[in-house]
Design a protein around this ligand. Structure first.
Ligand code: DAK
Length: 259
């Protein structure tokens, strides 16, 4: 597939693929073909199994300044429903590979929602987050009211979604939305380092852990505990569980097979 809106660098570190959103003239506004390319690329990487972790980034000025307002402005409720506009977001949500967002500059509207759809966020100190949809007459539509509220709490989500104002990387860090804030020269490097650390772990166990953690937002505690237990049992059918425990006992480094 010829990519128009993404730059993909596979194996930028062992097991790590870097995907750059690449519409710099419009601050990486997330038009439909870009989102299509992103979902299709993630699905391909997952299927090929060489990539263990994905880092998703934009450029220094913007991770993404939202969905493409020009593309959206003449949409109708029926045209959006017919096109199943959210399906592409659901496809990204179904990706089992861990995805780290490396955010510098604007992460607004759909851009903030895309960062939150990732599993972790490493932010440059210049990053600005926000859900400014209210200022153009709508509300977040790709998960902002739900994921931001779960991440930073109801009172803060209300304030920022109802006013549309931005919040800083430091605030995002203090409120638990991002994993770390680093100087602007380092955000990509730090995200790649974190990715590399995870890529060195047994991939099937990583996948089972991500799967169970995400359920914490969807299930009751009791259901979540049962879900976790099933994944835990399943790992005892894997080579890497036997190898990991044996290597510990034999005081040597484990040799993962990712199965
Ligand atoms: N869409 C389209 N173009 C955008 C854009 C956007 N979201 N954001 C920026 N641009 C374009 C600008 O129009 C401008 O293009 P030209 O005029 O040069 O052609 C260029 O990027 C540079 O922007 P500015 O000149 O405005 O740059 P400044 O540095 O002055 O300002 C800014 C930066 C980020 C403060 C400003 O650009 C801004 O306020 N942008 C809009 C931010 C925003 O409101 N974002 C939320 C959009 S609504 C859905 C899924 C998701 C969503 C909805 C539906 N479905 C699946 C159905 C999500 C909705 C949204 O995200």
């Amino acid at each position: 597939m010829e990519l128009q809106y993404l730059i993909v660098e596979e194996d930028i570190r062992p097991g790590v693929t870097l995907i750059r959103l690449n519409r710099p003239k419009v601050l990486n506004a997330l038009c439909t073909p870009l989102m299509e390319e992103l979902a299709t690329t993630l699905e391909r990487l997952e299927k090929e199994e060489r990539t263990k972790v994905v880092v998703l980034t934009g450029n220094e000025k913007a991770f993404a300044a939202g969905a493409d307002i020009k593309e959206m402005m003449d949409a109708t409720a029926v045209s959006m429903a017919k096109k199943e506009m959210f399906e592409v977001w659901d496809r990204i949500k179904r990706v089992k590979l861990p995805i780290i967002a490396a955010v510098s500059g604007y992460a607004l509207g759909g851009g903030c929602e895309l960062a939150m759809l990732c599993d972790m966020i490493v932010a440059s100190e210049t990053a600005q987050f926000g859900q400014p949809e209210i200022k153009i007459g709508v509300i977040p539509g790709a998960g902002g009211t739900q994921r931001l509220t779960r991440a930073i709490g109801k009172a803060r989500a209300m304030e920022f979604i109802l006013t549309g104002k931005f919040f800083s990387a430091q605030q995002a860090y203090e409120w638990g939305l991002v994993n770390k804030v680093v100087p602007k020269e380092l955000y990509l490097e730090e995200a790649l380092k974190l990715a590399q650390e995870i890529a060195a772990m047994p991939a099937f166990a990583v996948r089972m852990a991500k799967d169970a953690i995400l359920k914490a937002h969807e299930l009751s505690l009791q259901e979540g505990l049962y879900y976790e237990r099933k994944n835990f049992y399943l790992l005892f059918a894997s080579h890497d569980q036997k190898e990991g425990m044996k290597a510990f006992v034999e005081k040597r480094k484990p040799q993962w097979k990712d199965e």
